[in-house]
Write a protein that binds this ligand. Structure first.
Ligand SMILES: NC(=O)c1ccc[n+]([C@@H]2O[C@H](COP(=O)([O-])OP(=O)(O)OC[C@H]3O[C@@H](n4cnc5c(N)ncnc54)[C@H](O)[C@@H]3O)[C@@H](O)[C@H]2O)c1
Ligand SMILES: [Zn+2]
Ligand SMILES: [Zn+2]
Length: 362
């Protein structure tokens, strides 16, 4: 089967023909239908975070179950599934205390070193999978706790977006920050993640949602998703001052959806007294985010969010209902549909910042 493989860091993806093993007892083989391009893969392609190599990139995919291992009871061949990288063991302290997205026992849901690899090249070289999913591939072999069964009513080339981007942004607003009705919100960065945080804020009933980006197209998309105000970061002297002016003092909740030191600091600085900044973007591992200590005295909070603090087996079907009822926009988030061979071109569009989400269809 064909897959987009990262062979060196930094590096573009290479389309290779790989051999997939049979499903292990707890594994599911999926025929991929749609795969969204998330910025996290690009961070790895650019070498900002280390990856095992070679590795199939992609972690925002949906498809149809082709085969299941002997102990799999949750799904059967023919089921529609969305994959999610928050693979839970169901037994560690984080899983059992209601935080399965923070599962600390990845070993329980992975193959051991002594087992045959899930993927390999024809010459026997083992090939890794981004986030233990490897979604930019015609087939995905994953642990059953990394998938959720979904209604066949949703097109899988739309549902795939919920696997990472929508779950992450929407969840950051409704789960991690749990913004209350009427809140004032600012979202910095309006790609797939930021647009989803805007949608989560709208569904949660935020009173005001300020979107910040440098691209007029992204700000237009933000309005469509529910933003009430927009700030073009390239046209103002200070984003923080612009937001303070709009809100007469700052926002109650801010979200950073880019992954930069500068914008993470902006998110904190634009808070009103008692406000909460949630950094969703992946800030490079060796970069420090700085805040003024005195700001903590006014009860301002800075927190992170991993995969929208999801409980994806129940959250994703809920989000699909919102989509089917017209309250969560997914069609409008897809700027372009491409083939697997065009994956590097898709990432070039992301570098230019001109797209919301690009989806590979198989
Ligand atoms: N926390 C998590 O669990 C999690 C999950 C998925 C993705 N992420 C991260 O979220 C971030 C966003 O991902 P994405 O796929 O939406 O990316 P994206 O590239 O599609 O969107 C980023 C947006 O930010 C805008 N932007 C860039 N620099 C800016 C600046 N200085 N000021 C204002 N706007 C600016 C761009 O124009 C673009 O619209 C990435 O860092 C990604 O790795 C985190
Ligand atoms: Zn992602
Ligand atoms: Zn666990």
């Amino acid at each position: 089967m064909r897959a987009a493989v990262l062979c060196e860091q930094p590096g573009d993806l290479v389309i290779e023909d790989l051999v997939v093993d049979k499903p292990g007892p707890q594994e599911v083989l999926i025929q991929t239908v749609g795969a969204g391009l998330c910025h996290s893969d690009l961070h790895f392609m650019e070498g900002l975070f280390r990856s095992k190599l070679p590795s199939v990139m992609g972690h925002e995919s949906a498809g149809i179950v082709q085969a299941v291992g002997q102990d799999v009871t949750y799904v059967k061949p023919g089921d529609s599934v969305v994959a999610c990288l928050s693979i839970f063991c169901g037994q560690c302290r984080q899983c059992l205390s209601g935080h399965p997205h923070r599962c600390t026992n990845g070993r329980a849901t992975s193959r051991s070193r002594d087992d045959a690899p899930r993927l390999q090249r024809a010459d026997g070289t083992p090939v890794d999978q981004m986030a233990r999913l490897g979604g930019f591939a015609e087939e995905m072999l994953v642990h059953q706790n990394g998938v959720v069964k979904v209604t066949p009513d949703i097109p899988l080339e739309k549902a795939c977006l919920i696997g990472c981007g929508v779950t992450t942004g929407f969840g950051a607003a409704v789960r991690t920050a749990a913004i209350p009705v009427g809140a004032t919100v600012c979202v910095i960065g309006c790609g797939g993640i930021g647009l989803s945080a805007i949608q989560g804020s709208r569904v949660a009933g935020a009173g005001r949602i300020i979107a910040v980006d440098m691209n007029p197209e992204s700000l237009e998309a933000a309005r469509l998703m529910g933003a009430t105000d927009t700030v073009n970061a390239g046209e103002v002297e200070s984003v923080v001052e612009a937001v303070r002016e709009l809100t007469k003092g700052g926002v109650e909740y801010s979200f950073e959806a880019i992954g930069l030191k500068e914008t993470a600091e902006q998110a904190f600085e634009m808070l009103e007294i008692g406000g909460t900044a949630t950094v969703i973007g992946m800030v490079p591992s060796n970069t420090k985010v700085e805040i003024r200590g005195i700001d903590l005295l006014s009860e301002k909070k800075l927190q992170g969010s991993m995969m929208g603090s999801n409980q994806f087996r129940t959250d994703i079907p809920q989000m699909i209902d919102l989509y089917l009822n017209g309250r969560l926009l997914l069609d409008e988030m897809v700027s372009a549909t491409i083939s697997l061979e065009q994956v590097n071109e898709g990432y070039n569009w992301m570098r230019e910042g001109t797209v919301a989400r690009t989806v590979i269809t198989f």
